[in-house]
Design a protein around this ligand. Structure first.
Ligand code: FES
Length: 239
């Protein structure tokens, strides 16, 4: 048996607009959508462009819009879609470079803007210094550290899709990953306490729903709203 896969094809600057091109792909029970794309690329049409690497839900590069939903294509089986067809488009909300490949430069700049590293102040310790943590201290931020930067949460976020300057779910969850780390002494208030950052979120919650790693960016954002609000009455409160 085969299943029809309709793939958005687009070369900005050459094509006027994206068009869908259909391919028949073997409907194998253990094939993910990404296997279907690899079959198209290897056997049917070598000109198709898309990103992937690990095939196991770790690298975060294979996110695409599958039948309208942002999904990791390596973690989405062809058999989920009955008799088909399956429509594959690039992630919504990002400029298309070619076919299914989107430009992630803006996203990477947002990640760096939250200072995603452990900030230590006023100490000079050897590189070998250890910073012990209890299991409870690890638990406080561990969930946010599971993010694989796959962009699904941005593609699902109605605020981001309307306002590309919105700092967005993954970057705010990443900031909280460091804010809530007992070893961190940094302060990210200037970046987070903005209309285009936590205050832009209208708490739709789609980011959390689509996250393949069960991170909860919606919670991270609401939580920082409380932190930021408290800070206006208790200026010394930091977390
Ligand atoms: Fe790495 Fe899908 S190919 S997450």
């Amino acid at each position: 048996a085969t299943i029809r896969v309709e793939v958005a094809r687009y070369r900005p600057g050459e094509d006027e607009e994206p068009v869908f091109q259909g391919y028949d792909v073997p409907l194998m029970p253990d094939w993910a959508v990404l296997d279907g794309l690899n079959h198209i690329k290897d056997q049917l049409d070598g000109s198709l462009s898309y990103r992937w690497s690990c095939r196991m839900g770790v690298c975060g590069s294979c996110g695409m819009t599958v039948n309208g939903e942002p999904r990791l294509t390596c973690g989405t089986f062809l058999t989920e879609f009955g008799a088909g067809p399956i429509r594959i488009e690039p992630l919504k909300g990002f400029p298309v470079i070619r076919d299914l490949v989107v430009d992630i430069d803006g996203f990477l700049a947002k990640l760096s803007s939250v200072r995603p590293w452990l900030v230590r102040e006023g100490e000079e310790l050897p590189l070998s210094a250890e910073y012990a943590q209890t299991p409870e201290q690890l638990e406080a931020y561990k969930q946010y550290s599971m993010c694989i930067n796959c962009l699904l949460c941005y593609s699902a976020c109605p605020v981001y899709v309307l306002d590309p300057d919105f700092l967005g779910p993954a970057a705010i969850a990443l900031a909280q990953r460091y804010n809530l780390d007992s070893r961190d002494m940094g302060d990210r208030f200037d970046v987070l306490n903005q209309e285009d950052a936590v205050w832009g979120c209208t708490f739709v919650g789609e980011c959390t729903r689509v996250c393949p790693k069960h991170v909860d960016p919606a919670e991270a954002i609401q939580r920082y709203k409380v932190t930021a609000a408290l800070r206006s009455v208790l200026p010394w409160s930091r977390r």
